[in-house]
Write a protein of this length. Sequence first.
Length: 323
Amino acid sequence: MNDSPARKILALSGGVGGAKLALGLSSVLPPDALDVVVNTADDFTHLGLHISPDIDTLLYTLSGQNNQELGWGLAGESWQAMDALENLGGETWFRLGDRDLATHLWRSQALAGGLGLAQVTNELATRMGLSTAVHPMTEDSVRTAVHSDEGELPFQEYFVRRQCQPCVSGFEFKGIEAAKPNPAVMRLLRSEQVAGVVICPSNPFVSVDPILRIEGMYHALLAVDAPIIAVSPIVAGMAIKGPAAKMMAELGMPVTALAVAEHYAEQYPGLLNTFVIDQSDATLASDIRSIGIDVAITPTIMKTLQDKQQLARFTLGMMEFQA
Ligand code: FO1
């Protein structure tokens, strides 16, 4: 009989792109074999409510409730609360659907009642029927500030209100020095249960960097005796979703999967074992290998569930995961 604890995969994720691969992973892994640590630097307080956009994208996607057209929020949404708020002259630039509003009300009340963000997220995941563990990277406040040609902008002001139009020159994660990592994630990393780590194809600068910069996270990952595999969010010079490509151009970087691999290699030396790139970027493989990171090539664009599962199986195949 094998008494050793079940092996697990840990994924690091931002919103939409990360959630797609997390869904692929959760649908091919046994129940309880996937843990996802999620960026919370996009969180903010709006209309008095605590909004956790990336956590909610994960919860809604993994529970099959996500709004695929919008890329955020819930499917089949209605907007009566926003319409009523508009009639009152309230702020409606950040749109909270009627059903989505229930999540923010529930979370905000639970936080006000003294629960931490990790426990609140855990409760929401359970109530949505998930067997995947969804962990906020920290329970402390970390807030991305975007440095731009319009000055410093809070992340959602840049992303939603200004539609990513300002030209960016850098990012600051306010509160990150004081933020403590989520203890459940650190326990898992030290447990010898981790069979592999997947850095999902999320925005490297505003989704993955905040997670990796939380105190102790990079070193705990380095100490894990399992492969760490990142999937490129840049394919053929474009971001599949979101402003990553625009940001790279504005930061003076080439918009390539190679530049993403270089970013990870420079900021987090020795972290990545393998970088997964799309088949359309196969010519970049030798340059990526020359910076000391192994390369794996496969279709990475995830439109259907089959695409997500294919990429998940391909990634797990490099981890000798024993289900
Ligand atoms: N993104 C938008 O572009 N417009 C919105 O009005 C909007 C509302 C919104 C409400 C709840 C939520 O959880 C996410 C929401 N998002 C919206 C998405 C979001 O803020 C960004 O996609 C992420 O922060 C980037 O990962």
